[in-house]
Structure formats: C-alpha cells, structure tokens
Write a protein that binds this ligand. Sequence first.
Ligand SMILES: NC(=O)c1ccc[n+]([C@@H]2O[C@H](COP(=O)([O-])OP(=O)(O)OC[C@H]3O[C@@H](n4cnc5c(N)ncnc54)[C@H](O)[C@@H]3O)[C@@H](O)[C@H]2O)c1
Length: 451
Amino acid sequence: MPTDKKPEFFKGTQLKVAIIGCGYVGLPLALRFAEAGHKVTGFDTDPKKIHMLNAGKSYIEHIQQNKIQQYVNSRHFHATSDFSKLSEADAIIICVPTPLDEYRQPDLSYVENTAKSIQPHLQKGQLVVLESTTYPGTTEELVLPVLEKSGLRCPIASGPESENVQVDFFLAFSPEREDPGNKQFGLAQIPKVVGGVNPPSGRAAQALYAQVVARVVPVSSTKVAEMAKLLENIFRCVNIALVNELKLLCQRMGVDVWEVIDAAASKPFGFMPFYPGPGLGGHCIPVDPFYLSWKAREYDFSTRFIELAGEVNTAMPYHVVDSIAEALNHHKKSLKGAKLLILGVAYKKDVDDLRESPTLKIMEILQERGAEFEYNDPYFPQLHKMRRYDYSHMKSVPLNAQTLSKYDAVIIATDHSSYDYAAIVDAAKLVIDTRNATRRVIRHREKIFPC
Ligand SMILES: NC(=O)c1ccc[n+]([C@@H]2O[C@H](COP(=O)([O-])OP(=O)(O)OC[C@H]3O[C@@H](n4cnc5c(N)ncnc54)[C@H](O)[C@@H]3O)[C@@H](O)[C@H]2O)c1
C-alpha cells in the first residue's frame, strides 16, 4: 500500500526535519528550520561537530554561536551521528560534499554513502531531498535506486497525467544557493528551485521549503533543478575566465581593466560586472562545472566553454607568480630566495574558508621556484592539513609596520576588509595587488604592482 500522506502534510507545523551534513550548507539550513518552529536533528559523521553543536558552539565563522545555543536550549535543534534516528523524521535533507577526485572526476561517494545510511531507516511517507550540487541525473540514477532497495517505491514520472501518481516516499532535488559572507542575501531571502522525481514529490518539497524561504520556484523534474544550479555556477566560472583573460590583454596594452569594468558596469541593462583575481576558489565555482563536463561525455558531448574557462582560470596563480617575479626584477631581485609575505589565504574576502583557495596554489608554485614566504590571515591563525596541501607548520604572522618592512614584497591575495591598505603600502617595500585592493591608496603608489 502506497503512503496516504499528502504532499500538503509538509505545510504543517512542528515537522521533524533531519539535515544530513552539518557544514556550510546544512548548518544554516538546520537553524533556519529551527527558527521556523520545526524540530530539527543535524546528522554528521564528524563527532567533533556533533559535540560542538550539542554544546551550542559554532565552528563556522559567520554562524553565530548564540543562535545554535538558543535552538539547542529550546530543544528545536540537536545533533547526532546515530543514523537510526532518521526513521523518526518527516523530511530528510542531504547536504553532504560533492568534490572532485584526484582525476578531477565527480566524487559522489558522500552522496552514495548517505543514501545507503538512509535506506535501512527509510519510512513510508518520508520526504528525502538532495541539496548537494551535482550533475543532472544524480537524484534519479544514484539516490533513488539505493533508497528503493528498502522495498519502498517512488516512481519517476512527469506531466499532468502523473499529478497524483502513487508513491511510498517522496524524493526531490533542491540546490543550495548559499553565498557565505553575503550580508544582503541570507537563506530566507534567496528563492529556492525545487524539482521532484514525480509531481507529488515536487509538491511535498515545495510545501516544506515554502515555510523557510521567501519564494519557491517549482520545476518539472530533478534533472532541471540539478542543471539550473550548474548553469548558475558555470555562468560565474565562464564570466570570471573572460575578465581574467581580458585583464592579461589589458596589462599588455597598458589599460586598467578595473576602470574598464567599472565603466562598462554603468550600462543599466545587458551587462553584469565580474572581476579578475588570482584564480578561482571556494567549494563551488572551481568544482561544479566539471560535474557537467564529466556527465556530458556520456552523451559524446564536449563542454568547450567549461574546459576553456577552466584553462584560463587555472593559469591565473601561475600568472600571479610570474608577476611577483617581474615586480622583484624591477627591484633587481630574483624570485629565488626572495622573502615574501602573502596577505589572505581564504578563497575570498571576509570568510574563514580556504577550500580550493588560489593562495594555496600560489604558495605551492612559489615553493617550487625557491621563494621564501610567510602569510597573514585574520581568519586563519594557523593552517591545517588539507587533502592536497600540507601547510600545517605555518602560522599567521602579526601585521605591523615592522614586520611588513622585513619582506622583499607583500602580495595581496585576498582583499579582507579588515586590512588597512594605506598602512600596508606605507610600510612595505613592494606590494603586488591581485585584487585591486589598493585602488584608494594615495601615498606611495610607485610601490604598487597591479597583477
Ligand atoms: N559552501 C557553499 O557555499 C555551497 C553553496 C552552494 C552549494 N554547496 C553544495 O552543498 C554541498 C555541501 O557543501 P558544504 O559547503 O556544506 O560542505 P561542508 O564540507 O561544509 O559540509 C559537509 C558536511 O557533511 C558531513 N558529511 C560528510 N559525509 C557525510 C555522511 N556520509 N553523512 C553525514 N554527514 C557527512 C561533513 O562532516 C561536513 O560536516 C556540496 O554539494 C556543495 O557543492 C555549497
């Protein structure tokens, strides 16, 4: 007997919501559901996170501790690694990582393992939503078959004739659009795209999300929702590559690309500014487009824009190092043996996230070329071991006039708002600016080498 639960059930109050993966995406979502009055359980495989959450502590800089504490105290939120508790949930939302493996191919092991940990506890009438960014087809081709091993069914169907198709459980995809550090758009203000494996699943997920976001945008399938997220990120990736390439040309032509972009951005329609930088960073933009390139190969299709953008953006850290060498050359110094200070390891300003940060790649190239370097980042007092890089021996050096003057050059890799750029330029011998962070500095412009 299929479930007699109607999709409208998820409009209800005090739902039991399970969030799997309490990271940058899952934790804010969990708190938002708690804020809306639901009973939320955060599931994670990392025992340290579970411990911290239940103690009301935050491990993500922009997520306030007192919010977690408040919902833990009011019993609207708690965390666990006991996946058998999933059987008690009305809705289960999956927010686990989707990285690339060492061959730059999609690593869906986290999503697959999560589906496997839901399957033994899956109950009739539950709603499961995947939020992790992935290629079109993942929900139907990977998650659904694992969940259906439970014996419960959620048939793939679309169109008006399937409006009331019978299901045992509901399954949907709804991409996350979080922009960490963005003070203008928080989770509640950002419209949410939702697609179901069948119409009842779509309606169930719409009902659930309508409680926590200002607008839900329904689409006809999980594949459309999956592809929409990739389009958003590929759009950014390609446009960033375009301005990075134009920057290289502008440098050769003696034209200030930043002034060009600001001038073009004065057009009130048909243009959106993107800015060059030292390379792509973050968990999404450098990674997600390659999920689509990989999937496209199954269809004998080559995603040339993505590959070209990847090529241009990947070359940027090398360009930064070449620029450092050139700037030092003007000062009759070689890169080999030069003492450098790198400002900012986070992948973008004002965040405590260094995943895929171009600074890490710049450090690797500098090391290969024999430069000596230290770093400062107010968000990272020390570095930890990562999958690809190990700078765990490095600590952020204090930033003052005395230390700044020690180095042959200071490289602005991330333009954190807390930096006093005028003071940095005053004290440093040479400044290589990859972010146009020194645009308002008036004194000693001769020390600034734009890159
Ligand atoms: N960070 C962003 O700004 C952002 C924005 C949009 C979309 N996304 C997408 O959201 C997804 C999650 O990203 P994130 O940034 O939150 O990652 P994250 O690494 O911050 O968090 C993932 C969490 O999942 C946990 N986890 C891993 N495997 C698990 C398992 N099998 N069961 C339970 N928990 C498990 C990890 O311990 C971690 O706490 C990714 O697909 C990402 O592409 C991220």
